[in-house]
Design a protein around this ligand. Sequence first.
Ligand SMILES: Nc1ncnc2c1ncn2[C@@H]1O[C@H](COP(=O)(O)OP(=O)(O)OP(=O)(O)O)[C@@H](O)[C@H]1O
Ligand SMILES: [Mg+2]
Length: 261
Amino acid sequence: MANNDFNNKIPPLLTATGIAKSFGGIKAVNNADIEVNKGSITGLIGPNGAGKTTFFNLLSNFIRPDRGTVVFDGEQIQQLQTYQIAQQGMVRTFQVARTLSRLSVMENMLLAAQKQTGENFWQVWLQRKLVATEERELRDRAIALLECVGLAHMANEYAGALSGGQRKLLEMARALMTNPKLILLDEPAAGVNPTLINQICDRIKLWNSEGMTFLIIEHNMDVIMSLCDRVWVLAEGQNLAVGTPAEIQTNSQVLEAYLGQ
Ligand SMILES: Nc1ncnc2c1ncn2[C@@H]1O[C@H](COP(=O)(O)OP(=O)(O)OP(=O)(O)O)[C@@H](O)[C@H]1O
Ligand SMILES: [Mg+2]
C-alpha cells in the first residue's frame, strides 16, 4: 500500500530559483524564486516597476538572467532559445500586445501554429491531402479560439484594426494555438473593458479545467482573487510573500509595498 504522505508530492511544472538581472545599476530582479504547480492558476503581483515583466522575460529566456536556474517540466531550460522553450510547451504574452498589424487576425493565428506539415516543400507535394486536413484543423482550432475571445467576426480584418484590448485577446488566443502546457500572461486585463475581462476570466477557468496551467501578472485584484490558487508577490525585484489570494490580501507587508509606491 503506497504511503500518500510520500507519494503525493508532484514536482512543480515550473521552478525558478535565485533569478537575478541587473540593468546598469538597477537590480530589476534580485534573487527571486517562483513555483508554478501543474494545473494551477498562479498569480504574480507587485507594485509598478517591481520586476514582474522582467521576471517573465527571464523565465522564457527573452532576456538572459545574470544568475539562476529555471526548470520546466523536469528539464533545465535556461540554455534554450525562446522558440525552443515555446516548443517545450511554455508560451507567454506581452504587456503590450505584439500582433502583426498588416496580417489578418486569422493569419496571426495560423502563424502561431507549429510543426505544420505544409512548411516542408516535399511534404507539401507528396502529402497534399494531409496538408489540407491539417490546415482545415488549424483553421477550425483558430476559429474556435477566436470565438472564445469574441473575435471570430473579425477573423478577416487586419490585426492593426483591433483596439488595444482586442489585440491582447488575439495574443492570448494565438498563444493557445500551440496547445501549451504553461501560458504566461502579462496583464491580460489591462486596457480591456469590464465585460470582456469577465469573459477572459471565464475562458481562463475553462482552459484551466481542461488541464492548462497559467501564470498571470495582473494589477486587477478582482481578476487575481477570482482566478488564482496561489499568489507570489514581488517588490523591488525580490520575493515579498506567497500565499492564497485571501492571505495575500491581508498581508501587512504586501499592503505597505503597494501603499509605498
Ligand atoms: N531593458 C531595460 N533596461 C533598463 N531598465 C529596465 C529594462 N527593463 C526593465 N527595466 C527596469 O527594471 C525595473 C523592473 O521593470 P519591470 O518592467 O520588470 O516591472 P513591472 O513589475 O513589470 O512593472 P509594471 O507593473 O509597471 O509593468 C524597472 O525599474 C524598470 O525601469
Ligand atoms: Mg510589467
